[in-house]
Design a protein around this ligand. Structure first.
Ligand code: F6P
Length: 545
């Protein structure tokens, strides 16, 4: 393990400087920062890969930014970045490389890691995926009865679901509208039941997506789907109606899927970083290999920017450092993701796994406990819907929430001037959050005195505004890569392993031990009194069903 990977950021000289700067900044407001710096908007805006990121409404100053860049230097963030791109085993607790950036290299590129050209391996899988996707899309791949596959059902969970489900929604405009795409993840039986409702088995193709091919929810749903196909079309239909995406060929074979119908990836792709690997097969079938390539190019453009742009103009670096600033120095515990694009309705959920499974850690790589805050809570909903729901708390609540606004300038499906209305709302919300409305301004409107305190908008609530031309595959790739690298920067500053997820294992193991107890009321129970009583109550209610 590289000792710089586990260093305590609070010991870095810049940390103390940032703590002092935070005290000074608490007394300053965004109104004042904008007054002091007349061109603050453009001055704090960076552009790359077709995205424009305006950080001016974050509560930062030039001094803060330069101290944050010093912190990045002192924590070796750029060296860690280079180590990631070079394929070093920066996922130390799992002893793995972290090479999702190799998934989106341009067609002719090479990337040698441990004597293997991983770019060539990626290319081979992409070619197989493209061949398969084309055959499904044009009807050459038929089901057991010779019919075209019109329904694609992706079965997976976590990174094997959230990415594909989000990308399908995000790029639905470019999808083959004659086809139906559904996503099954939950072991709640209603999920698979509802997903299969109304589908003709003869026209339905299942993609069983699981990196490990050992995930209970996915294998159980896949078994239910298999029974559904076998009941309708017979055992022999399985090979035409099931394909797998996994790193584990043995388990795929054991499940009964021919490895000829398996699309592989590698242990150096984390589940939450895998939507641009074979896990994206449903995306490729939906939008076609050409558009999928455009998405990969968008990812790659942001990768190149992160790798090569100067620290001062590097979007993911700035974004990640501001996230550290908000979390550790301004004590802001949550970050709302507010896409002003209905097609990005699943984007906040996708980002929850990316950010919170990556940086929800409380020990550093060397196992030492942290005594500072790490990953923020990410959540969100598309605007304008959120405005009519939780924005009240964003504007006047006692908890400060940092917000990411995401807006596209061009409507994919123009109706009247609705895109302009959408944009006006996004811009208005970001401005009101930042600048608020003082009591004097409220009074000047003729507001009755007793209502003045209720109508005061405190402002000084930070946000970043991401603007792009149009929700295209390229823009989606760039947007996701921006967040991936921002997450990386945060983890690198905090000295944690952003690429493991040990915290999810204990609950899985306990569920496996509770299941037989739930199913046999005669088994003695010896857990805590709450769990034992809930088991008995569940059994009693279940028996009445
Ligand atoms: O339980 C968490 C997790 O391991 C995620 O990291 C992963 O994306 C998900 O489960 C699904 O795993 P798999 O693709 O192996 O089924």
């Amino acid at each position: 393990m590289n000792s710089t990977q586990s260093n305590d950021p609070t010991l870095a000289p810049a940390w103390a400087r940032l703590s002092d700067l935070a005290i000074g900044l608490r007394a300053r407001e965004l109104r004042g920062l904008f007054a002091d710096e007349p061109d603050r908007g453009p001055a704090w805006t960076l552009e790359a890969a077709g995205l424009r990121a305006d950080f001016s409404k974050q509560r930062i100053t030039g001094d803060v930014m330069s101290a944050l860049l010093d912190l990045a230097r002192e924590q070796g963030v750029l060296a860690k970045r280079d180590a990631m791109f070079a394929g070093e085993h920066i996922n130390a607790t799992e002893d793995r490389a972290v090479l999702h950036t190799a998934l989106r290299l341009p067609p002719g590129a090479t990337r040698e890691v441990d004597g293997v050209d991983v770019a060539a391996e990626v290319r081979d899988v992409l070619e197989r995926m493209a061949d398969f996707a084309d055959r499904v899309r044009d009807g050459r791949w038929t089901g057991a009865t010779g019919e075209r596959m019109l329904n694609i059902v992706n079965i997976g969970i976590g990174g094997s679901d959230l990415g594909p489900a989000m990308a399908y929604e995000a790029l639905r405009f470019y999808s083959d509208r004659d086809m139906t795409f559904r996503f099954v993840s939950n072991v709640d039986p209603t999920d698979i039941t509802e997903a299969l409702r109304g589908l003709d088995p003869a026209q339905t193709l299942f993609i069983v997506a699981s990196k490990t091919f050992g995930t209970q929810e996915t294998l159980t749903n896949a078994k239910a789907a298999r029974d559904w196909i076998v009941d309708a079309l017979g055992e022999g239909a399985v090979e035409k109606h099931f394909v797998a995406v996994s790193t584990n060929a043995e388990r795929v074979t054991a499940f009964g899927i021919d490895v000829a119908n398996m699309f592989g990836f590698w242990d150096w792709v984390g589940g939450r970083y895998s939507m641009d690997s074979a896990i994206g097969l449903s995306t490729m079938i939906a939008i076609g290999p050409g558009r999928f390539r455009e998405m990969l190019d968008g990812f790659h453009a942001m990768d190149e920017h992160f790798l090569r742009a100067a620290p001062e103009s590097n979007i993911p670096l700035r974004m990640g450092l501001i996230a550290v600033w908000n979390r550790d120095f301004l004590d802001i515990p949550t970050n709302a993701v507010l896409p002003y694009a209905q097609f990005l309705s699943r984007f906040p959920a996708y980002l929850q796994q990316l950010t919170m499974e990556s940086n929800g850690k409380s020990v550093r790589i060397d196992g030492a406990p942290v005594d500072y805050n790490t990953g923020a809570i990410y959540w969100g909903e598309p605007g304008t819907n959120g405005q009519h729901s939780f924005y009240q708390l964003l504007h006047q609540g006692t908890e400060i929430v940092s917000c990411d606004f995401i807006l596209f300038a061009q409507a994919l499906e123009p109706v009247f001037d609705m895109q302009d209305m959408l944009a006006a709302n996004a811009l208005a919300q970001a401005a009101v959050l930042a600048f608020g409305r003082t009591a004097e301004e409220v009074r000047a409107d003729g507001t009755p005195e007793e209502l003045v305190p209720h109508k005061v908008m405190p402002g000084n609530r930070p946000s970043t505004f991401i603007l792009a031309a149009r929700l295209e595959p390229h823009a989606l790739g760039a947007l996701i890569a921006m967040y991936e690298h921002s997450v990386f920067v945060q983890g690198a500053v905090w000295g944690i392993d952003s690429f493991d997820q040990w915290g999810v294992e204990l609950g899985k193991a306990m569920a496996n031990s509770i299941l037989p107890d739930l199913q046999d009321a005669d088994r003695p129970l010896d857990r805590d009194s709450s769990t034992d009583a809930l088991i008995r109550a569940y059994q009693a209610l279940h028996a009445q069903g």
